[in-house]
Design a protein around this ligand. Structure first.
Ligand SMILES: [Zn+2]
Length: 296
């Protein structure tokens, strides 16, 4: 049996978070209890530790607040470590990536309400036709607004609209950042509480083909920030979007730079089991795609 790395994003009740697909705290607890029984849940840094069972890493992307209020508390109770990766842009530059604004807006407003607000500013027929790529979404308004924010509008067009909606709920963008992301204090507490902390990104950009530029813009500032607040070297890396469309190229081109900078392991969004002692990059399985009974 091979090692398993489970990928988590939001750990919260689905009815409270309609903008994406979270795992509920109850389901999360069941999954971790199952993993604890069948695997040895380890810190990724301890990849060479001798274990009788195969190893498991619980990995969390994006460092949203629910990972402190829900996931961290459950992991402490169950006495197992998690691996949390930080996006430093919102904390340092006060800039929120578009996809988090979209998740937030879709969680607080109905799709129909948003569509009514924007439909006089768009080519309705074009969006209706092209949004068919989201055929798995049963609500047609959800298809329209997803196509609008992900493809039809540029970031420059989407950002002012989305920020205004978010501010209408949270008073200001700063307030939103305080409520939505882990604070420095929480990161310190999680580190002191036995969790592993790693680098995710600065502004959650996909890889675009220049390894050194990507390292300097998206990785180095986040690594430096975490090393400064935690007073230790950061050795774990999880690229945003797994690198994006050029993920394979990214894995090859970025590897020598990451190794030179002291990184030990990297985690992708490719689906599968892995052997933690072999190679740098490791596949993960999304918590919502992990069928517990199948794996056992
Ligand atoms: Zn991410």
């Amino acid at each position: 049996m091979k090692d398993l790395i489970i990928m988590y994003h939001y750990v919260m009740e689905p009815e409270h978070w309609k903008g994406s697909v979270p795992i509920s705290p109850g389901e999360f607890r069941r999954q971790v209890e199952w993993a604890k029984e069948h695997y040895e849940i380890i810190h990724p840094e301890n990849l060479h530790k001798h274990t009788t069972k195969p190893k498991c890493v619980l990995s969390f992307d994006d460092a949203t607040k629910d990972q402190y209020t829900n996931a961290f508390q459950i992991l402490k109770e169950l006495e197992v470590p998690g691996y949390f990766t930080v996006m430093s842009g919102p904390l340092i530059e006060k800039k929120v990536p578009i996809f988090h604004l979209v998740h937030t807006v879709l969680s607080h407003f109905s799709d129909e309400e948003i569509w009514e607000e924007v439909s006089n500013r768009v080519d309705i027929d074009e969006i209706k036709n092209k949004s068919a790529i989201y055929s798995y979404e049963t609500n047609e308004y959800r298809r329209f607004v997803k196509y609008l924010f992900n493809f039809y509008w540029s970031e420059e067009q989407s950002r002012p609209y989305l920020e205004e909606k978010v501010i209408s709920i949270y008073t200001s963008l700063d307030m939103f950042i305080d409520k939505f992301y882990l604070s420095e204090k929480e990161i310190l507490e999680m580190d002191a509480g036995g969790m592993s902390i790693g680098v995710h990104c600065v502004n959650h950009l996909p890889y675009e083909g220049s390894a050194q530029d990507f390292y300097d813009i998206e990785i180095r500032p986040c690594k430096k920030y975490l090393e400064k607040i935690l007073n230790k070297e950061m050795k774990l890396y999880t690229p945003s979007f797994g690198g994006g469309e050029q993920s394979i190229q990214m894995q090859i081109e970025l590897l020598p730079i990451l190794k030179e900078q002291g990184f030990l392991l990297g985690f992708t969004t490719e689906k599968g089991f892995t052997d933690l002692r072999e190679g740098f990059w490791h596949k993960r399985i999304d918590c919502n795609q992990l069928t517990i009974n199948e794996v056992v």
